[in-house]
Structure formats: C-alpha cells, structure tokens
Write a protein that binds this ligand. Structure first.
Ligand code: AMP
Length: 281
C-alpha cells in the first residue's frame, strides 16, 4: 500500500499506476473518503470499493472547514497507525493522508451548500457544516478523479447533498450509497461513539430503538408520519432530540410513509455527543 500526502503526488502516482497496468480508459478507481478512526462501517465501504474496482484509494483527512467553532475538531479521534493497518489489511492500494495546508490555501473559492436542503436537519444546528463537507468532497474528487466514490447511508443528508452536487455540477463520478453497519446491539457505528461513557452508551441505544419501533409501526400499516414521529419522540426520552424527521428521497417532508421512497432521520444528543441514525424504507 502506497501512502501519499500531497495532491500532485497522488495525481502523478495514479496516472502512472493506470499506465503501468496497461492504460485502458476503463481501469476503474474506487474512492472512499474518511476522517479516520476507522471502524467496521468504513471497512464495509472499502470492501465494496475493493470488490468493484481495479484501484482503491482511501483518504483520511479531518476536514477543518466542516467543523463549527466550539465543535470537536481538536479532539476528533486520531488512530493513524491502526488506520494504516486496517487499510493495508483491507486491500487498499493508495492511502491519501494530506495535511490541511495541502488542501486549503489562504483565499479560497467558495462552494456553498444549497440554501434550503443544506440548512435543515443537521444544517440547522450546524450552519455552514455542509459548505465545508461539499468543499472538501469536491476537492478530493478532483484530486482522485475516481470512477466511483462510496459514502455511508448513515450520513443521509451528507450523501444526499453530495449526490446533488455531483448532478448539479455535471461531475462524472458515480456515487454509491452503502448500508449502515451497526454494533451487535443496534447502535450505528461512528468514530464519535468513543466519546460515550458506559451509561451514555446504554442511553444511545434509544436512537436505534426509536427507528426499530418506527419500522415495526410501518409493518403494522401505521403510515401517518405524525403518529410515527410522536411515538419515536417518546422512545427517545429523556435524550435531547435535535430532530426526528420523515422525508421522501428528495428530502421533502412526507405526510405518509411510502415504501421505497421514505427516509426516517434522527439526531439526538447523548451527554455532549450528537449522534445520527436513520432508516431507509
Ligand atoms: P467519516 O470518517 O465519519 O467522515 O465517515 C466516512 C464515510 O464512512 C462516510 O461516507 C460515512 O457515511 C461512512 N460511515 C460512517 N459510519 C458508518 C457506518 N456505521 N456504516 C456505514 N458507513 C459509515
């Protein structure tokens, strides 16, 4: 596995690698962007990329522009050596590990999240968060120039906005959505789970429990989203709920669940840690 830290070196390396394996326009590159502290959720993205592509590139970059003032940028978990091992064992060809100075300069062109769908849900409590996410994803996609990039369904709004950016900016990368990987008790895996105390870890289970409950109601043909949301809110008590929302796949509020076109999203604070989860129906 090759480890590279500058964009130009990576571009050069990928060009040469493609040529050395007999450059055909269809040597595919699968790309998995991450912020590190890798867990089974990340690994499932990497494995899918490995299965579907000739070359697999993973990036690890804690992107400063997507953190707001007072958020956990300085404390965000770092596991550099373990992450390198995980990538090596998962069959990654190239690990891109840039420093902020390799990605950002002084006076930057701005990429802004859409004014409506970038500022609801996660974007309400974290205005400008998605500006930073879209900016870094645009930069990383331009550096790696992958055939396909893999993103987790766990971060549903992020996935939606990246897909929207790719479409609206006429970018030619395929975006693939990968199912959420959970702990055996249902908690969605997240690099931030390590912030939880034992007690908080138990309380955090209310988040996945509220989604299972919604799924159960829907299987009993209760499709009115108001009724489902109110039951979910009860299950989430006493957590501090940021939002519980039921949307269609265009990220518009839904009055009724429609199988194949519905997304249920939850964000709640457990102690000081905000945790996301969702259910795709
Ligand atoms: P992060 O390192 O948190 O920025 O995540 C990098 C990628 O991994 C994103 O596309 C996430 O949506 C995805 N991801 C994070 N947690 C999970 C999970 N539990 N299951 C599947 N994908 C995940």
């Amino acid at each position: 596995m090759k480890i590279i830290s500058t964009p130009n070196e990576l571009k050069e390396y990928l060009k040469n690698t493609q040529q050395s394996i007999g450059f055909q326009a269809n040597q595919s590159i699968g790309f998995v962007p991450t912020m590190g502290a890798l867990h089974e959720g990340h690994i499932s993205l990497i494995k899918k990329a490995r299965k579907e592509n000739e070359i697999v590139v993973v990036s690890i970059f804690i992107n400063p522009t997507q953190f707001l003032k007072g958020e956990d940028l300085d404390n965000y978990p770092k596991r550099d050596e373990a992450d390198k091992q995980i990538c090596k064992l998962s069959g990654v060809d190239v690990l891109f590990f840039p420093h902020a100075k390799d990605i950002y300069t002084e006076d930057e062109v701005s990429i802004l999240a859409p004014k409506v769908r970038g500022y609801v849900l996660e974007g309400t409590s974290r205005p400008s968060h998605f500006d930073g996410v879209l900016t870094v994803v645009m930069k990383l996609l331009n550096i790696v120039n992958p055939t396909t990039a893999y993103f987790g369904k766990k971060d549903a709004q992020q996935l939606y906005l990246i897909s929207l950016m790719v479409k609206q900016m006429f970018m030619s990368v395929n975006i693939v959505a990968v199912d959420t990987v959970r702990e055996s008790d249902g908690l969605a895996m997240s690099s931030r789970n390590i912030y939880l105390s034992q007690q908080e870890r138990r309380e955090a289970l209310k988040i996945s429990a509220s989604l299972y409950q919604a799924g159960k109601m829907i299987s009993q043909k209760i499709l009115d989203t108001k009724i489902i949301i109110s039951k979910m809110r009860e299950t989430l008590e006493p957590l501090e709920i940021s939002y519980v929302a039921i949307l269609n796949r265009d990220f518009e509020l839904a009055r009724h669940v429609e199988i194949g076109n519905t997304l249920i999203l939850v964000e709640a604070k457990v102690g000081t840690t905000r945790l996301l989860d969702n259910l795709w129906l």
